[in-house]
Ligand binder design. Sequence first.
Ligand SMILES: [Zn+2]
Length: 311
Amino acid sequence: MFINTPSKKTSNPTKEKTNKMHIFSGNYPYHPNSYQKKLNIIDNPYHKNHRFVFMHNGQCLASVDTDVILFFKASDLKKEINSSDCIFLGEFNDNLIFAHELNKKESGSLEKIGAFFNLRILAGNLSIEESNFVAKAAILIDWHKNNKFCSKCASKTKQNLRGQTRKCSNNKCEYQIFPKLNPAIIVLVMSKNHCLLGRQKNWPHKQFSTIAGFVEPAESLEDTVVREVFEETNIRVSSIKYHSSQPWPFPSSLMLGFTAVALSSKIKLNDNELEEADWFSREDLASGLIKLPPKLSISRALINGWINYKY
Ligand SMILES: [Zn+2]
């Protein structure tokens, strides 16, 4: 369920200062030492300085009446919250922030104070710190949902260290599981005055983006760039340079951005993962011939950097 688009925040000084920091990436809102110290005082969800990111089915509760309000009190929920169901996310503006997943009935009880939004819609209206909390909440909740049983002995696992890990409940095993991310590369391939973009079958009409793909076991990131570009477009690349990275909570990726220079130009869709790929000039991109990726994505940042002759 999501209703209207939340109002845009007017100022975001952190984002303006850092030219390679993307939405969803952290601004280190808490220090590891204070985090360790505060682990001892977060057992009461109703503490006056505790706030919650409430999630339901991958969507996040936000109030949008005047500005976007993301952090709520435990007492806003008409049901008692146990500390064992709270995932500690960090500290922000003197509050300790937690994530809590709601079931359908509980999410309905919050309709008077807000609505649940898709993260892609919500994140663009948050400060970069807030968007980082939302990403962390979504990634950790998804991970907890999918790791209910021990991979060593099949016993049930339970939340551990305020949701930072899970631990096997079998006292002869006690295997501890850590959250897993799926690294993926995303690359802007250049050839003189053109860049290489592709589109997948299920994307909106005329929507194009940079080439991307998951890192495979025993691959270096550079290996992944070379393999993915060749598999998807038959183009060989060199001069691979790291650009920046972006957490991508759909559900739990880390996008690692690169630029690369093409050694060939003839496109062939080797693995048919793309429906179409082509070379585009700066004039093509400015003409509205194709739709570019959303502004919050690292893909768009890579393309904008190329348009502005940064590489
Ligand atoms: Zn076990």
